[in-house]
Design a protein around this ligand. Structure first.
Ligand SMILES: *[C@@H]1O[C@H](CO)[C@@H](O)[C@H](O)[C@H]1NC(C)=O
Ligand SMILES: *[C@@H]1O[C@H](CO)[C@@H](O)[C@H](O)[C@H]1NC(C)=O
Ligand SMILES: *[C@@H]1O[C@H](CO)[C@@H](O)[C@H](O)[C@H]1NC(C)=O
Length: 440
């Protein structure tokens, strides 16, 4: 992975020098959006990005887990080398902005991540379920601009804030080279917020999660469209439907292990339909109670959508019934899935196995997210496809946690000014996907 990243970097450098040579005094076009790639690890079913931090000649290249619901950016600093790195001191404004919790010290050799009288910030590793206080630092991040089709030029984001963590904080983060985590939530110190505010971009970002990164990478666009998904020529940002992003009233003050719910992204799923027929369950599960329990959250770290038990049971039952009407043969279930089928009885189409559609009916006139077979089913073993939803038990905090498998190959645009989610149809319908090469 590191080598292809280096290749991209080299290529861009040569491209920039070529532009200089060809056109004399070089005036870069106005920066409108920046791009980060997304890779998927097929073992852990997690999504990763790569960013560059530190001196622009010899940047630290960091692979980090993407977490839509996490508040900040942090990574293992034990091998971090940069002359432009600065720690934040206790009580500084930067420390307050990042919600610094305490003053920390270190009694080893000074280096990034080891200093005295330093602002300590909260870091949570979701895999280890491990919280710690780590040094708040800042450095220059290098980002790539985009026109929605290609990555173009590098820009510096000065004073990018992150937690400069010890190796215990990153332990067991899935993936081979993963050294940290990139949070995309609604806080001021998330990746999109910091990049937008330093580079004066629109306060919106989009993600396009790939189902595989073998033949191309997925996208994070910060700053807005256009979004081109070749070979389809149209700008996909023009055909998004929108639904409000809801703010969960819970947890505004306290630290919750998985981050503050009120900074995460919730939408209003009004009901669920299978082949146009409504799945019957209590509608109260789909709204928040006064403690913020209930509702529908979007998550990139949950591999398969997790449903409240009473939604799950009805969904499985109704889906099995619809599948039978379509002569799709049920077979023995493969854990953790509750309904599996003989894949030979659901032939493949461009949108995956031909199974009944599942629609999430969203707030807004005629807004729905239609899940075709590629997003509703998973190949659990040879010739066996399963309904790719998980039973979340009878008392989950959130009734529906939409997970990665259901979000792949859609464009999800989070507009933080308008507080809306823009949603494309499945890109598979257009015979395209979220896996692209965006190098010239
Ligand atoms: C922090 O202060 C202690 C006590 O003065 C000292 O022993 C230690 O070396 C200092 N740590 C760093 C990283 O400078
Ligand atoms: C995916 O993650 C697993 C588990 O952490 C790791 O063993 C594997 O090498 C990773 N694959 C890639 C391509 O990074
Ligand atoms: C979809 O694209 C592939 C190549 O990417 C092509 O082989 C195939 O014929 C296309 N299918 C349709 C239905 O357009």
């Amino acid at each position: 992975m590191a080598s292809s990243q280096t290749l991209i970097t080299l290529f861009i450098f040569s491209l920039v020098s070529f532009c200089y040579a060809a056109s004399g005094p070089f005036k870069p076009p106005k920066l409108k959006a920046v791009h980060f790639t997304i890779r998927k690890n097929q073992t852990t079913l997690q999504y990763y990005t790569t960013f560059e931090s530190g001196n622009s000649q010899t940047p630290n290249i960091i692979d980090a887990l993407i977490d839509l619901g996490a508040p900040s950016v942090w990574f293992d600093c034990t091998t971090y080398v940069s002359s432009s790195y600065k720690r934040a001191s206790c009580g500084s404004n930067r420390c307050k902005k990042a919600k610094g919790l305490s003053c920390i010290g270190c009694n080893s050799t000074p280096r990034p991540g080891c200093s005295n009288n330093t602002c300590g910030v909260f870091v949570y590793n979701p895999v280890r379920d491990y919280s710690s206080i780590q040094e708040l630092g800042e450095d220059t991040m290098q980002v790539y601009s985009t026109d929605g089709r290609f990555v173009l030029l590098t820009y510096d984001v000065p004073k990018f804030q992150f937690a400069c963590a010890d190796s215990a904080a990153v332990e067991r983060l899935p993936g081979d080279h993963t050294k940290g985590l990139v949070g995309l939530s609604r806080t001021e110190i998330s990746l999109p917020s910091q990049v937008s505010s330093h580079l004066k971009l629109a306060k919106k970002f989009a993600v396009c999660l790939p189902s595989s990164s073998e033949n191309g990478f997925g996208d994070i666009f910060i700053g807005g469209g256009p979004y081109y998904m070749p070979p389809r020529p149209e700008d996909q940002s023009l055909s998004l439907v929108t639904t409000p992003l809801l703010v969960n009233p819970a947890g505004t003050a306290q630290i919750q292990s998985d981050g503050d719910l009120s900074n995460q992204y919730f939408i209003n799923v009004k009901n669920i339909e299978i082949s146009g027929k409504r799945v019957a369950f209590s509608p109260s599960l789909l709204s928040f109670d006064k403690n913020g329990v209930g509702g529908t959250k979007i998550s990139t770290t949950v591999p398969y959508t997790i449903l409240h038990a009473s939604i799950y049971k009805r969904l499985v039952k109704d889906f099995v019934k619809e599948a039978a009407l379509n002569n799709i043969k049920r077979v023995k279930s493969v854990a953790p899935f509750g309904a599996c089928f003989d894949s030979k009885t659901a032939p493949n189409t461009i949108t995956g196995p031909a199974v009944p559609n599942i629609d999430l009916v969203l707030e807004g006139s005629t807004v729905r997210m239609r899940l075709y077979g590629a997003n509703s089913m998973v190949m659990a073993k040879k010739n066996v496809i399963c309904l790719a939803f998980i039973d979340g038990g009878a008392r989950p905090t959130t009734s529906i946690v939409l997970g990665g498998h259901q979000l792949e190959n859609y464009i999800l645009e989070f507009d933080l000014t308008a507080s809306t989610l823009g949603l494309s149809s499945s890109l598979l319908v257009w015979n395209t996907s979220c896996s692209h090469s965006r190098i010239f």
